[in-house]
Every structure is written in structure tokens, then in C-alpha cells.
Design a protein around this ligand. Structure first.
Ligand code: C2E
Ligand code: CA
Ligand code: CA
Length: 873
């Protein structure tokens, strides 16, 4: 630029003006000497004008090239938009960033150079700051969005473009709602976001929006307003995160948990999981296998794999060379076969997958809580490739869900086994036998016979008493094995309990039966070596025939039982066919009924009480009341005899009524005495729940003795209220409404439907005492107890173990997390006065043990009975 003016020296107005401009101004003459140096220049260079004027231009400290270019009027080097940025070093050691511009001024035919300099230090700092912010915003993988208060976009970062497809130029100036909202965007969520903008701390919402191509994206929007000093919103700052994946995984979880809660069969749960996974990871074919305790695989789900392929996998044992799944299960680690065609582990399995275009397989082990591998979760790929990050995320989520589903399946199978099979011999138990007999009778052709043989081991008590329980068990196992050997496929062998067995021979001609039974008795008689001793083995057998003797199952069993007694009386080791002249039993039964009725009328029944102890601290949890009957003529009759009798002859309601009143009366007395018995558990028969008047009766008994409902717990068995609409179910609900607890007795022996359990209004589970004897020796029994405890915990029920006889059992139960124990280890059921003495002793002992623990010697403490939680002597 060249300006023409008149003589420069005369222009004092120019001088004054230039001297006061904000920018530094330096004028250099044609001899390259400084002839003008204004105040701002003094400030920037840190030098006085008096020193500078007349000096050579190189005192400006510009490097040679810059100076050279500055002084050559022919090249307009500074003509760029921003001038030339340079750093000026001051004599005091500080430095200034400045922007130089230059113009040439012609005066009197001579050229002067005007150099102006602007201090850029603050400006540069600001620019750097913005650059840094943009760099950060562009680095983060969360979309950053800044809008005006009216939601007009002023800034978006690179991730925003990556997520939604709009470049900053496309987005700038648009309204954010117009840009991203679409058909299924919830207006209510937009309103919430606007509300958050108004809040000081801002807030976050999940919302469905649309990208440039109309694809749905679930995002989490975190909004916050930026405000000026007056508190007015100047801008709105939003962080947007793509949560489509997280959401999908959450949906997968909900889907699976929902299916589990609905008790949908595991095959369907697994199929649903696979289908969902294939939807969210479209390049994957998914499969789930169950690995059983023997290390054998069973396909659970794989909807996109050919059926014949899945079927062929069923029954394979896991191993280091057995495909990806077999190897993953074997090593307990994920296994990737990147090329099925060449992978040696796939040699035996590759044909089918390759045929349908699957090239790679990545399988991960599904592990139970205790670390056992219980399944595998596999991704097949159509390309020879490893899993992506997204695949890994899905699998992380699925392994946990798969474990949950398979563990549940195992627990259910275990409980089913427990419900239908005798643990010692593996034979069908009483309830399973009934089903099997019913099934046989329903298909029995006319003119044919079903024989039911009732076998009772001869002198079994002697074996138990002389050789011990373990030997007794071994004896029963062998007995069961021999029985099984003698029957044909389609025949049934079962164990009723103790030393009683049943053999059912369906579809026979009446004449065939006796020879078969004779052969069985014969085969049993081979001697058996047990504990180095030869023990004789034999049984007394009674037979009844369907339909000749009876057509209902109970009668058939009773008749066979009667015939068996005849066989016993005839010298054992023999069999008898039932005949009608054997009804002496019926007479005996009548005598018992009469006596029971009289006992009820004259109040000769009693309740005895057995303590229940909390494992955590040894405190008394409650007592269970057991009915006792001593008849002057018949002697002591056990409840296992008279309760079934009362159920048959209609006295059971009377017994329930009596026991409820009696228990409440006793509780009232204890409370008056200041004896702390938290609650009484009462046994009720399933029949009692058919009585809709039961809740009123209970309420009245409680009221009479001024007891809270928590003072009473009613024990029901699994047979009660299997149907939600039954009277029994209504009765249970009504009892719960009163506030009386219900406890599920003998759990594990009956019909246990887990989902049903969750619907029952119960508060407590009692593990059947049958499991206790085997607890120490049998892993199965332990697994069952563990399962029951876990089921209890998951349903928030307390778990009571009954029949606890030894320290070892107590310790195991306590370790497994069982809340309460009850059994001979503490005390049998005791008459009220005996129980009171026991309780006082026990409490004194506990206090003594406690004092001992805190260092105080307990004087005169009674002989310690078992004190839970205390140090053992
Ligand atoms: P249950 O409800 O399972 O009662 C537990 C039984 O186990 C009782 O037998 C008890 O004496 C016994 N027991 C307690 N601790 C141990 C132990 O550590 N080891 C062993 N081996 N057994 C132990 P009990 O008194 O013979 O009662 C048998 C069944 O009769 C009871 O089984 C219950 O179903 C029924 N029952 C008893 N009292 C009544 C009652 O008042 N009403 C009704 N409806 N049924 C009753
Ligand atoms: Ca009970
Ligand atoms: Ca029980």
C-alpha cells in the first residue's frame, strides 16, 4: 500500500495522532533508519523512542529475512489477512507476540515504511484455548452439542457428525429438536429435557432420536445450561451418548429374566435368547449348550442351526479336541476357531456348519456360581473372523443370564428327583409310585390283572442295630438291586420308605402272578456279605390284584400290606395273596378309632414341644408342637398312626381345633410366666385347609388368650392348595391376612413346583428330616439342602432344618446358610413342664457361654446342653 502525503516533518497533527494510536507505529526512512517510534511501540519493544529514533532498523530485533522483506517495497509480504505474527524479545527478558503490518508511504518523492505492531498475547491465548476445546470435543466419543437458549445449534463436535451424520455446517443454525426428533420420539421426554435445562445442575434423559438417514438411535442426553453473571442462560451444553447397545443388552436381560420368572421351559428361554442375540448382532448364528455333571453336552438353543446338526451334538462329551464348545467347556475358557475348515478341533463336526456357510466359531463357557462349567454360549460367524467388541459385550451379558437359566433348570431337576425318587436306592418313591400305578390301571386291558406286591424286609431292625446305619443302607441298596433284576421292562419297583418296597406287575394273567413272586422271594434269599459277615436277606410279601381285589390304589396297597402281615406271621420269607378273610385289620382299626374319639372327648391328647434354634446366635426361634396320645389300653400310639387314622375317619378337624386351642392356651401360660417363647408351630393336615372356618377358629383362639398372630405358625405340606382357586388356597390366604405365618413342612419330599412356591403365601420352608442322615456323606443331599436354602433366600423365606441330630449336621447347615435348626441335637418334643426346665437350662447355658466369651466366669451354671454359637467344650 502506498499513500501520498506532503512533507512528513511538517505534519505535526499526524505525529500526534500516530503517537497515540493503540497499535505500535514505527516509521523507517530510505536509509533504513527509524525516524518515528510511538508510545505503543515503546511499550511493545520495551525501548524508549529517544533511543530508537535515528537508530538502524535492525534494532527492532526482527530477524534478517523479516527485516529484509519489511524494507523492500516491491514485495507485499504482510498483505495477508492477519499480517505477520512474530515474537518480540524485550531487553528485560520478557517476550510479546505481535502481529506486524507494513505500508509504504511516499513523501516528497521518497518512500518511507510504516510498520505497525499489535500485541497479540491475550488474543493468542484465547485462540489457543478455543483450539484446545475443539480438539477435546472432537476427541471424545460422546457427541457434544452447544445451542442458544432457543435451542438453535451453534456448535457440534466430530462425534456428533459420526453419530448423526450431520456435519457442523449442516447442523449450525438448525433447531436441535427439528433436527433429531422423529416419529417415535417422546414429546414428554423432550419436555423433561427442557425442564432439566431450567434446573441449575441440569439433568439426563434417555430418548429415541433419528440420524440423518432416518435410523433410530437411543441416546442418553445430559443437558446443562451455561449462564452469565446475571444468571440468564447464554448457551445450552449437551453431551449425547449412544446407548443403543446398552439398551439392547438391558432388553436382552429383561427378556430372559422375564422368561425365567414365568417359568418358561429352558429350551424356550434359550431359543429366545439366541433369537434376540441374532437380531442385535445380525452377522452371528448363536447356540447355547448345557453341559451336565458328567461333562456331556445337550443343545438348549440354536434356532438358526440345522436341527440335524444340533441333534448330532447331543450326548457328546466335552474335551480339548471337541469343537469350540467342547474345548471351551473342557478348559473353562473361551475358544475361538477362526477357520472351521482347517481347525483340527473341528475335524469331526465341520461338515454341516461349512455347508450352511459358517466359517468360524467362538465359544465361551457358562459357569455356575461355584465355578463349574454348566454350559457354553457360542457365536458362529459367516466369515473367518474373531468376535468384535460388541460381540464380547453381548457374551458378557449372556453368560450370566445363561448361568442363571441353567442353574435354575438344575435346581428344578434336582427337586424333581427328590420329589419322585428315593435318594438311597434311586427307586421311585411313594408319590411317584402312586402315579405309576394309576397310569398302569388306566391302560389295563379287560381280563388282565395288575399285581401289587408289598415287600417288607425281614429282621431289618437287627441289621441296623448290630451293624449300624451305613450297613443298613448298603443292605437296602442291594435289596433294591436284586428286586430290579427280577422284574421285566414295564414292571415297577419302588420304595415306600424304611424297609418297605413295592413291586407292580402290570398286564398279567392272574395265574402268572404267584410264580413270579415266588421267583422274587427265592432270588432275594441269596446270602449277602456285609461288614465281613454273611447276613441273610429275605422279605415277607403280600399281594393284591387289580381289579380282582380292589380298583383304587389306596385299597390295593392296604390289602397288600395286610397280606404281607399274614406272610410275616406265617414265619417270614414267604408270600401271601390277599383274601377277604384277612379283615382282622379292619376290626383293629375300628378299636383305634373308638379309642381316639374317646381320647378327644376326655382331653387325653397332649401337645409336646420341640425347640427350634437360630443358627446365627443360638436364640430360641420357636417351638413345634407334636400331638401325643397315650391310651390306657392301646398304650402309646404314635402320630404317624393316629393322624392318618383321624384323617380317614373324619376326626382330623376335631384334632386341629383341639391343637390350635391347646397351643394358644399353653402360649398364654408361658407369656404370663414371662417365659420367652417367640412362637408355636402347629402341624395341620391338608384336610384341615378344606375347612373354610379355620381362619376364624384361629383368630378366636388367639383373641381368647390375647396373643398376637405372630405367636402362631401353621405347618402345611406341599400337597395343600396346589390349585389357586381351591378352598385350601383361600383358607391359606385368609390366614395370612390375619397375620399368622404358614410354614411348608417336609419340603423336598412332595410335589415341588418352584414357581408355585413363589405364589404360596408361606413364610418358612422346612427341609425334610430325611435329608439329614445323608447330609454328611452324600453330595446329592448336600446339593439339595443348598438348593432349598437358596430357593428360600431368593423368596425371602426362612429355612428350618428338622431332624438335626449331630454337631456335624449343625455345622454344615449353618455353613450353608440355613436359618433355623430343630432336632434331637437340642431336644426331642417335650411335655410342657419338661420343656420349661429345658428352656431355663438352655438360657442359663447360653448366658454362661456368652459370659465366658467376654471373660466372666459363670458360676453354678447347669450342665451345658447343646448351646449353638458357643465354643464347644
Ligand atoms: P413332622 O411334622 O415332620 O414332625 C417331626 C417329627 O420328627 C416328629 O415325629 C418329631 O418327633 C420327629 N423328630 C424331631 N426331631 C427329630 C430328630 O432329630 N431325628 C428324628 N429322627 N426325628 C425327629 P412325630 O412326633 O412322630 O410326628 C410325626 C408326624 O406326625 C409329624 O411329622 C407330623 O406330620 C404329624 N403330626 C404330629 N403332631 C401332629 C398334629 O398335632 N397334627 C397333625 N395334623 N399332624 C401331626
Ligand atoms: Ca411338622
Ligand atoms: Ca416335617
Amino acid at each position: 500500500m502506498r499513500q501520498q502525503t506532503s512533507s512528513f516533518d511538517d505534519q505535526s497533527l499526524w505525529r500526534v495522532a500516530l503517537d497515540h494510536t493503540r497499535d505500535a507505529a514505527v516509521i523507517i526512512d530510505h536509509d533504513h533508519r527509524i525516524c518515528f517510534f510511538n508510545q505503543a511501540a515503546e511499550h511493545i519493544w520495551g525501548l524508549a523512542s529517544t533511543e530508537m529514533i535515528g537508530s538502524a532498523a535492525d534494532r527492532l530485533g526482527l530477524d534478517a529475512i523479516t527485516l529484509e522483506r519489511a524494507l523492500r517495497p516491491d514485495i507485499d509480504v504482510f498483505a495477508s489477512e492477519h499480517g505477520l505474527a512474530i515474537d518480540i524479545a524485550r531487553p528485560d527478558g520478557t517476550a510479546v507476540s505481535a502481529e506486524l503490518t507494513r505500508s509504504t508511504i511516499g513523501v516528497d518523492g521518497r518512500d518511507y515504511v510504516l510498520v505497525t505492531a499489535r500485541d497479540l498475547t491475550t488474543e493468542l491465548k484465547r485462540r489457543k484455548g478455543i483450539q484446545l476445546l475443539t480438539a477435546i470435543a472432537d476427541r471424545t466419543n460422546r457427541a457434544v452439542l452447544v445451542t442458544d437458549p432457543d435451542l438453535t445449534i451453534v456448535y457440534t463436535n466430530a462425534a456428533f457428525e459420526g453419530l448423526f451424520g450431520y456435519s457442523i455446517d449442516e447442523a449450525k443454525g438448525r433447531n436441535i429438536v427439528d433436527l433429531l426428533a422423529g416419529q417415535h420420539t417422546k414429546l414428554r421426554t423432550i419436555a423433561s429435557l427442557k425442564k432439566w435445562i431450567g434446573e441449575y445442575h441440569g439433568g439426563e434423559e434417555e430418548i429415541l432420536v433419528y440420524d440423518k438417514h432416518g435410523e433410530e438411535i437411543w441416546i442418553s442426553a445430559d443437558v446443562k445450561a451455561l449462564r452469565n453473571a446475571q444468571g440468564d442462560i447464554t448457551q445450552v451444553f449437551s453431551l449425547l451418548t449412544d446407548i443403543s447397545e446398552t439398551r439392547q443388552l438391558r432388553m436382552l436381560q429383561q427378556l430372559t429374566l422375564g422368561a425365567l420368572a414365568d417359568d418358561i421351559p429352558i429350551i424356550d428361554v434359550a431359543e429366545r435368547m439366541c433369537r434376540f442375540v441374532e437380531k442385535i448382532a445380525p452377522d452371528v448364528v448363536c447356540s447355547i449348550l448345557h453341559v451336565d455333571a458328567q461333562g456331556v453336552v445337550h443343545p438348549l438353543g440354536g434356532p438358526s442351526l440345522p436341527d440335524d446338526y444340533s441333534r448330532a451334538l447331543d450326548g457328546h462329551s466335552i474335551g480339548p479336541q471337541v469343537g469350540s464348545c467342547g474345548a471351551a467347556a473342557y478348559f473353562g475358557k473361551p475358544v475361538l476357531a477362526i477357520d472351521l475348515a482347517t481347525d483340527p478341533r473341528w475335524e469331526a463336526f465341520k461338515t454341516r456348519p461349512l455347508e450352511i456357510g459358517l466359517r468360524a466359531c467362538w465359544s465361551s463357557p457358562i459357569k455356575a456360581q461355584d465355578g463349574r462349567v454348566i454350559g457354553t454360549f457360542a457365536f458362529y460367524f459367516r466369515a473367518s473372523r474373531p468376535p468384535s467388541r460388541w460381540h464380547r459385550r453381548i457374551v458378557d451379558a449372556c453368560l450370566h443370564l445363561g448361568a442363571l437359566a441353567i442353574e435354575r433348570m438344575e435346581a428344578r431337576a434336582q427337586i424333581n428327583r427328590l420329589a419322585y425318587f428315593d435318594m438311597l436306592t434311586g427307586l421311585p418313591n411313594r408319590s411317584r409310585l402312586r402315579d405309576l400305578i394309576a397310569a398302569a390301571t388306566s391302560v389295563c386291558p379287560d381280563g388282565r390283572t395288575i399285581a401289587l406286591a408289598f415287600l417288607d424286609v425281614d429282621n431289618f431292625k437287627d441289621i441296623n442295630d448290630t451293624l449300624g446305619h451305613a450297613a443298613g443302607d448298603a443292605f437296602l441298596v442291594e435289596f433294591a438291586r436284586r428286586l430290579r433284576d427280577q422284574v421285566e421292562p414295564g414292571d415297577v419297583v419302588g420304595r415306600l420308605g424304611g424297609d418297605e418296597f413295592v413291586v407292580v406287575l402290570p398286564d398279567r394273567a392272574p395265574a402268572e402272578v404267584e410264580p413270579i413272586v415266588a421267583r422274587i422271594t427265592e432270588a432275594l434269599m441269596r446270602p449277602f456279605v456285609l461288614c465281613n459277615t454273611q447276613v441273610p436277606m429275605s422279605a415277607s410279601v403280600g399281594i393284591s390284584l387289580y381289579p380282582d381285589n380292589a380298583s383304587d390304589i389306596d385299597t390295593l396297597i392296604n390289602q397288600a400290606d395286610t397280606a404281607m402281615y399274614r406272610a410275616k406271621r406265617s414265619g417270614r420269607s414267604t408270600y401271601r395273596l390277599f383274601s377277604n378273610d384277612m379283615d382282622g385289620v379292619a376290626e383293629q382299626r375300628m378299636a383305634h378309632v373308638t379309642a381316639l374319639r374317646a381320647a378327644l372327648a376326655s382331653n387325653r391328647l397332649a401337645l409336646h414341644y420341640q425347640p427350634q434354634i437360630r443358627t446365627a446366635d443360638g436364640a430360641l426361634h420357636g417351638v413345634e408342637a407334636m400331638a401325643r396320645w397315650h391310651d390306657p389300653v392301646l398304650g402309646f400310639v404314635p402320630p404317624t398312626k393316629f393322624i392318618p387314622l383321624a384323617e380317614e375317619c373324619g376326626l382330623i378337624d376335631q384334632i386341629a381345633c383341639w391343637s390350635i386351642r391347646e397351643a394358644c392356651r399353653q402360649m398364654g401360660i408361658w407369656r404370663d410366666q414371662g417365659l420367652d417363647v417367640p412362637s408355636i408351630s402347629l402341624n395341620l393336615s391338608p384336610i384341615n385347609f378344606e375347612n373354610a372356618g379355620l381362619p376364624a377358629l384361629v383368630a378366636q383362639a388367639l383373641a381368647t388368650h390375647q396373643l398376637p398372630p405372630q405367636a402362631l405358625m401353621l405347618e402345611v405340606t406341599e400337597g395343600v392348595a396346589q390349585d389357586n382357586r381351591s378352598v385350601a388356597h383361600e383358607t391359606m390366604m385368609a390366614l395370612r391376612r390375619i397375620g399368622v405365618g404358614l410354614s411348608l413342612d417336609d419340603f423336598g419330599t412332595g410335589y415341588s413346583n418352584l414357581s408355585r412356591l413363589a405364589q404360596l403365601p408361606i413364610r418358612e420352608l422346612k427341609i425334610d428330616r430325611g435329608f439329614m442322615s445323608e447330609l454328611a456323606s452324600s453330595p446329592t443331599a448336600r446339593a439339595v439342602v443348598t438348593t432349598v436354602v437358596r430357593v428360600g433366600q431368593s423368596l425371602a423365606l426362612s429355612v428350618v432344618a428338622e431332624g438335626v441330630e449331630t454337631e456335624a449336621q449343625f455345622q454344615l447347615l449353618s455353613d450353608l446358610g440355613c436359618d433355623v435348626v430343630q432336632g434331637f441335637l437340642y431336644a426331642p418334643a417335650l411335655a410342657p413342664d419338661a420343656f420349661e426346665r429345658w428352656l431355663l437350662d438352655y438360657s442359663a447355658c447360653r448366658a454362661g457361654a456368652m459370659m465366658e466369651r467376654i471373660g466372666v466366669a459363670a458360676k453354678d451354671s447347669p450342665v451345658p446342653s447343646r448351646v449353638a454359637g458357643s465354643q464347644r467344650p
